[in-house]
Ligand binder design. Structure first.
Ligand code: GLY
Length: 332
C-alpha cells in the first residue's frame, strides 16, 4: 500500500485512516499547523553531495507512490544526463586514452543487484545495471559485453565526451605532474539511497570514475558492497571518493554490518572512514565520503576532508546536510 505514509503525514490523514471526522475547534484551527507526523522510516531519499535535482526527482517518484528502486534510478539519471556534471554519465571526464567509461550498480529491497563496469557509449549506466539485475542471470557485465547488452536492450548510443571534457583532457596530457585535486576531480560520484512508503529500501551508485584513470580501471562505485550496499532488514550505505580505498575495506557493506550490530548510520559511517585511515600513515591526501540510511529513516554521513555534504528529501523537507570530517579545515 504505497500511499500509507503520505496519508499519515498529516493530522487529517491520520483521521482519514481511522475513519473519523477530525474535530477541530476554532481556537485550534487558528494555532500554527502541527508538524507532520513522521512514521519511522520513509519515504526518504538521500544522495552524496548537493545533487538537489536528483533528490527532487527521486522524491517526485516517491510522492507518486513509486518504489524506492524507481526513485533511486530516476534520481541518479538526472545527473547522468547532465553534461555539466563531469564526474557522472554524459560529459564525464575520460580515461587517459580519451574514452569516457561508466561504472554503476543498483540494489533493490530483496537484495537483488546489477552492475556495469567500463560501459562506453550509453548515458544511463544505472538503467543498464538495472536491466542486468532484472533481465539476466548475472550480476555484473563489463566492457564490450556490457555495451552489447545495452544495445540489445534498446538503449540509444551517444558520444559521451563533451568538448569541455575533451579540452581538459588535452590540457592534462601536457602536464605529467598532474595530481588530482581533492573534492574536485575525483569525488563527485552520485550514490543514492531511498525508502518508499512501503518501507522498501533501494540504492544506486553511478560514476565516470577517476579522471584520467588507466584504461580498464574500475573503482568502488559498481562493486556491490564497496560503492553501495543495501540490506532490507538493516539499511543501506553508499560511497563517494577514491574508489581504491573503499574497495579495500568493502566500505558500504562494512557500514551496513556495523548498523546491524547496533550503530547509528552516523556512527557506522565514522567507523567506516576510520577503518580506511587505520591502514594509512600520515595525513590522507584523498577524499572519501560515506552516507547511510537505516530502516528507521535515520541518516548519517562522514568524510575525511571537510567539504562533503549530502542531500536529503523527506517529510521534513529538502535540505543539504554538511557532514563532519575526520580532518578539520585547518588540518586539511
Ligand atoms: N568513487 C568513484 C571511483 O573511484 O571511481
Amino acid at each position: 500500500m504505497k500511499r500509507r505514509k503520505f496519508l499519515k503525514n498529516s493530522t487529517l490523514g491520520s483521521a482519514a485512516v481511522l475513519g473519523v471526522t477530525p474535530l477541530v475547534s476554532c481556537r485550534e484551527a487558528a494555532s500554527p499547523m502541527p508538524k507532520p507526523e513522521l512514521l519511522p522510516g520513509g519515504p526518504v531519499a538521500i544522495c552524496t553531495w548537493d545533487f538537489k535535482n536528483a533528490t527532487a526527482r527521486a522524491w517526485e517518484v516517491l510522492q507518486e507512490g513509486g518504489s524506492a528502486l524507481d526513485a533511486v534510478e530516476a534520481g541518479v539519471m538526472v545527473e547522468e544526463a547532465d553534461p555539466g556534471n563531469q564526474t557522472v554519465g554524459l560529459g564525464g571526464r575520460p580515461d587517459r586514452d580519451g574514452y569516457v567509461t561508466l561504472d554503476a550498480c543498483i540494489m533493490d529491497s530483496l537484495g537483488n543487484c546489477g552492475s556495469v563496469m567500463g560501459l562506453e557509449g550509453y548515458v544511463h549506466a544505472i538503467s543498464v545495471a538495472r536491466k542486468v539485475m532484472e533481465q539476466t542471470p548475472h550480476v555484473i557485465l563489463v566492457g564490450e559485453g556490457a555495451s552489447r547488452f545495452a544495445r540489445e536492450q534498446g538503449f540509444p548510443t551517444r558520444d559521451l565526451l563533451t568538448e569541455a571534457s575533451r579540452q581538459q583532457w588535452m590540457e592534462w596530457k601536457k602536464n605529467e605532474d598532474y595530481q588530482p585535486v581533492i573534492n574536485i576531480e575525483n569525488h563527485d560520484t552520485i550514490g543514492m539511497l531511498a525508502m518508499d512508503a512501503d518501507g522498501a529500501l533501494a540504492g544506486a551508485c553511478t560514476t565516470s570514475g577517476l579522471a584520467y584513470k588507466m584504461r580498464g580501471r574500475v573503482g568502488d562505485s559498481p562493486v556491490i558492497g564497496a560503492g553501495l550496499y543495501v540490506d532490507p532488514e538493516v539499511g543501506g550505505a553508499t560511497a563517494t571518493g577514491l574508489g581504491e580505498e573503499v574497495v579495500r575495506t568493502v566500505g558500504s557493506f562494512l557500514i551496513v554490518e556495523l548498523m546491524r550490530q547496533g550503530k547509528s548510520p552516523q556512527e557506522a559511517c565514522e567507523e567506516g572512514v576510520r577503518r580506511i585511515l587505520a591502514r594509512k600513515k600520515g595525513k590522507p591526501d584523498f577524499q572519501i565520503g560515506f552516507i547511510a540510511l537505516n530502516t528507521g529513516g535515520e541518516t548519517g554521513g562522514y568524510c575525511i576532508h571537510p567539504g562533503f555534504t549530502y542531500r536529503q528529501y523527506d517529510a521534513q523537507g529538502h535540505r543539504n546536510t554538511p557532514v563532519s570530517s575526520y580532518l578539520k579545515s585547518s588540518e586539511s
